[in-house]
Design a protein. Structure first.
Length: 436
């Protein structure tokens, strides 16, 4: 692959090569299963670790980049009273974004009724194949504390801040919400410093952001090779049988996600900014590809900040505030997916949800999506909880586990795309109000 081609083009070519190679492998596996098994083993032993090198380089910078970007964004406001309008617009757009997304998903599931297309044999086979993973997700859900004021305080203000965001294990990110609150407090306090001290503090934060972005640049050099490796591994392991069995559900989710990203977000761009949607999505194409390949809003955050600064020319105070928050809270694709899964599994088990129950589901999907960690598969335990809430067997999540990896890539793309569109809208509205 020629290094002279734009990064997005090289990643797209790599993605296409990975998909084609995986489909060919699956085809060969139809008449020579040993070849497919050998390639699945090769994927686990070689391709997955290589893909993880790319992912881990991105995860390395998440914690310092979230803190530096968010604290710098607030510090740059100069005056604390400017934070109110910025935060108000941001959170209002987050809620609207997720609410619209869930509505689109529920309408799609009601129109297609995918749960009624699943035969008894297919349902039994899926539950048997993914029963163990489903039970693990249910077990994790039972470990979640009940939501009350004390739980909220613990989520945002743990006794040991550093232990919270460092995490209790090495296999996942720590809690980002306490770090976000701490960064907001640091930035707010910095606005009260004298002008020269404030500028020095801001310059230090900007240096940290720049260094972390440099590490992202190293990671992106691997992207044209890591992306095909990861997509190849996913496809040869998932296969086409499950995709065919769940084709109506997968197709419905995919269309709903596409409608929200390219429909709703295009309307927002036309109504609230002066940007043309087609040109805009061409500008953010590398970001969408990164989100698709990593399945992680957190891993995509460094790329989001870089594109907001270099391509979209958003105000640093806006992008530094909106994007880190969005990577944790603005999960429109996840909210849409959660609503779709609950309705799909309910249909499969012949549990009819009334219009009122679906309205409650819309609200709960938005709230639970906010609590989802920005990492692959982070929504599964919460979906199990939603199923139990509506009297649907939580083990029913096993019906979708086979295709969750593919849909995780798609919904993460919508999460990240919605984040940067929201940042663009907030930037345009903030600039407009400042001009006035």
């Amino acid at each position: 692959m020629s290094a002279s081609k734009p990064l997005a083009t090289r990643i797209l070519w790599g993605l296409a090569v990975g998909v084609i190679a995986a489909v060919i492998t699956l085809g060969i596996g139809q008449w020579h299963p040993a070849t497919l098994q050998a390639m699945q083993a090769f994927s686990s032993a070689v391709l997955d670790p290589f893909g993880q090198v790319f992912l881990r380089m991105l995860f390395f910078v998440v914690i310092p980049l979230v803190f530096a970007s968010l604290a710098s964004g607030i510090t740059q406001l100069g005056q604390l009273d400017r934070l109110g309008p910025l935060a108000g617009r941001t959170f209002a757009l987050f809620v609207a974004n997720m609410g619209i997304a869930v509505g689109i998903g529920l309408v799609m599931m009601n129109l297609l009724q995918p749960g009624h297309h699943l035969s008894v044999d297919d349902k039994s086979q899926l539950l048997q194949q993914y029963g163990v993973d489903a039970n693990l997700a249910v077990a994790k859900q039972h470990l979640q504390p009940s939501m009350n004021l004390s739980t909220l305080v613990e989520m945002f203000m743990p006794r040991n801040l550093f232990a919270a965001f460092v995490g209790q294990s090495t296999d996942k990110l720590g809690d980002v919400l306490p770090l976000i609150l701490f960064a907001i407090l640091v930035g707010a306090a910095a606005t009260r410093l004298s002008e020269d001290k404030r500028l020095k503090f801001q310059a230090g934060l900007d240096v940290i952001s720049e260094v972390m972005t440099g590490i992202v640049g190293f990671a992106l050099k691997l992207a044209p090779y890591a992306v095909p490796a990861m997509i190849y591994s996913v496809i040869v392991k998932v296969g086409t049988g499950i995709l065919f069995t769940l084709s109506v559900f997968v197709a419905g989710c995919t269309v709903a996600l596409a409608v929200h990203l390219f429909g709703t977000m295009s309307l927002w761009l036309m109504l609230f900014t002066k940007r043309q949607p087609l040109a805009y999505f061409r500008q953010i194409r590398p970001l969408l590809i990164t989100a698709f390949s990593t399945s992680s809003s957190s891993a995509s955050l460094p790329a989001s900040l870089a594109i907001a600064r270099d391509e979209l020319k958003l105000a640093p105070s806006t992008s530094g505030f909106v994007l880190p928050l969005g990577a944790t809270m603005n999960m429109s694709g996840t909210a849409l997916f959660e609503g779709c899964v609950v309705l799909f599994v309910a249909q499969a088990f012949n549990v009819e949800l009334s219009l009122g129950q679906q309205c409650v589901l819309m609200l709960l999907s938005v709230l639970s999506a906010v609590a989802v960690a920005g990492i692959p598969g982070g929504s599964l335990p919460l979906i199990a909880g939603l199923l139990a809430t509506f009297g649907v067997p939580p083990e029913g999540i096993g019906l979708v586990l086979g295709v969750d990896r593919i849909l995780d890539m798609l919904r993460t793309t919508v999460n990240v795309g919605s984040d940067i569109v929201t940042a663009t809208v907030v930037d345009a509205q903030t600039a407009g109000s400042s001009d006035a």
